[in-house]
Design a protein around this ligand. Structure first.
Ligand SMILES: [Mg+2]
Length: 176
């Protein structure tokens, strides 16, 4: 029973793949898996938190994604102004104030892309929002290292909580 609960929780939090940055993502592997749609977190995934700049490298990479036939969108808990700005720069749709990990916003993203969950990946830097929400809907989940240590105060607190809670769970499940 406990093993089952443990597996359920860990499976929901575990990313299917991990890369040090979006530029390291193995696009060939994604296409071989049948992935057609890419849902991107914004802050600390494709740009540093608080950064107002979409650099040349980022623009070129999204252009390459488009040329490969990937459909992309942004899914962010941040404000309309910030999300719309980057969506416009990248030439992709964006969903703001998403309320991740709630499933509703992921469903809206799937609808925007027109892809099924099993042919869609979510790429983000946070386990408890990006990855958890993606796993709940059966997306292919990709965790990347946060671009910056700087982030929303609430996020910093959540990260501490994540470590604390995960540690407790693991401790309990290990019978200590
Ligand atoms: Mg993020």
């Amino acid at each position: 029973m406990r093993g089952g609960v443990r597996k359920l929780i860990l499976d929901l939090l575990r990313p299917a793949a991990f890369f040090s940055s979006i530029y390291q993502i193995d696009l060939d592997r994604l296409q071989k898996r049948g992935i057609k749609g890419l849902i991107f977190d914004l802050d600390n995934t494709i740009v540093e938190w608080g950064s107002p700049v979409a650099g040349e490298e980022l623009l070129a990479w999204f252009k390459a994604l488009r040329e490969r036939g990937f459909l992309s969108c942004l899914l962010s808990n941040n404000s309309p102004a910030r999300v719309n700005y980057f969506a416009g720069r990248l030439g992709i749709p964006g969903i703001y104030k998403a309320g991740k990990p709630r499933r509703r916003s992921y469903r809206a993203a799937l609808e925007l892309l027109g892809t099924a969950p099993q042919e869609t990946a979510i790429i983000g830097d946070q386990v408890f929002t990006d990855i958890l929400g993606g796993n709940r809907l059966g997306l292919y989940t990709i965790l990347v290292t946060p671009l910056s240590q700087r982030e929303f105060l609430g996020t910093r607190l959540v990260r501490r909580l994540e470590r604390l809670v995960l540690g407790r769970w693991l401790g309990r499940f290990n019978g200590t």
